[in-house]
Design a protein around this ligand. Structure first.
Ligand code: 5GP
Ligand code: ZN
Length: 118
């Protein structure tokens, strides 16, 4: 369930500090250390899943709750409302997908443009 060597397991457990955005029994959200946008945070499950590639039907509820949490946290963090504002959700998967940390995470990015990497 947890990987002792995993950076995001340690962050979700509070063993490594982060700027927390949200936590509940199942999910943890924190600001990305190298933001690409004025608002840029990550939502991670406490469950250690390496990536979207390992997702099974049994994880559908968990993924749904991650997606459902994003719009509320985006507004709380300063994204303007849809449609003028909004946000981007990205889930990098595997090396060719641009994933660097092997613990499933959802990037939520938004805020006034231009962004660092648009
Ligand atoms: P990936 O490329 O795997 O989709 O995204 C990993 C993200 O984690 C990157 O945007 C990177 O800036 C962020 N990150 C890496 N290490 C840390 C850390 O120690 N703390 C925080 N808050 N973010 C991190
Ligand atoms: Zn992990």
């Amino acid at each position: 369930m947890h990987d002792a060597n995993c950076l995001f397991c340690k962050i979700a457990a509070g063993a490594i500090p982060s700027r927390k955005v949200h936590e509940d029994e199942e999910l943890f959200a924190f600001h990305d250390i190298h933001p690409h946008a004025p608002v840029h945070f990550l939502i991670v499950p406490r469950l250690h899943l390496p990536s979207m590639a390992q997702v099974q039907a049994e994880h559908a509820g968990l993924l749904g709750r991650m997606m459902a949490l994003a719009p509320r946290l985006a507004l709380e963090q300063g994204c303007r409302p849809y449609p003028e504002g909004g946000f981007r959700i990205v889930v990098n998967t595997g090396r060719e997908g641009g994933q660097e940390v092997d613990h499933l995470h959802m990037h939520v990015m938004g805020g006034p443009r231009p962004w660092a990497r648009g």
